[in-house]
Design a protein around this ligand. Structure first.
Ligand SMILES: [Zn+2]
Length: 115
């Protein structure tokens, strides 16, 4: 009887650990954030936002240029040739729904989840 109980407890523990690992994995994938860049209402690019991503690029359109820096899990527009410089002065986007907008260039940089 004792041996049987130990086996049953072992199976329950294994199942619990398995469920925990599964929950962690699925919640991790749900929490994956993306940098969604829209220009004039059209999708320009979607980039998975990860802590180890370190990149920068210039978004160049007929309306002008915006320089985007992605590092340490944050997104920033650190340079632009727009008139009002609102996008440059906006603080880095880091969390879900954080948004950097450049109205003169019709540019929207937004943090979204994996939908
Ligand atoms: Zn701007």
């Amino acid at each position: 009887m004792k041996k049987r109980e130990i086996i049953i407890i072992g199976i329950i523990l294994l199942a619990a650990v398995g469920a925990l690992v599964f929950m962690r994995l699925s919640s991790a994938s749900q929490n994956q954030l993306y940098v969604k860049i829209t220009v004039d209402g059209e999708l320009y690019d979607t980039i998975p936002l990860t802590d180890d991503l370190d990149t920068e690029f210039t978004i160049s359109t007929d309306l002008g240029e915006n320089h985007v820096v992605i590092k340490n899990g944050t997104v920033d527009v650190d340079w632009a040739d727009c008139a009002n410089q609102v996008c440059v002065n906006t603080k880095s986007a880091e969390y879900l729904h954080d948004t950097i907008v450049c109205l003169p260039h019709k540019l929207i940089v937004e943090i979204v989840d994996g939908e």
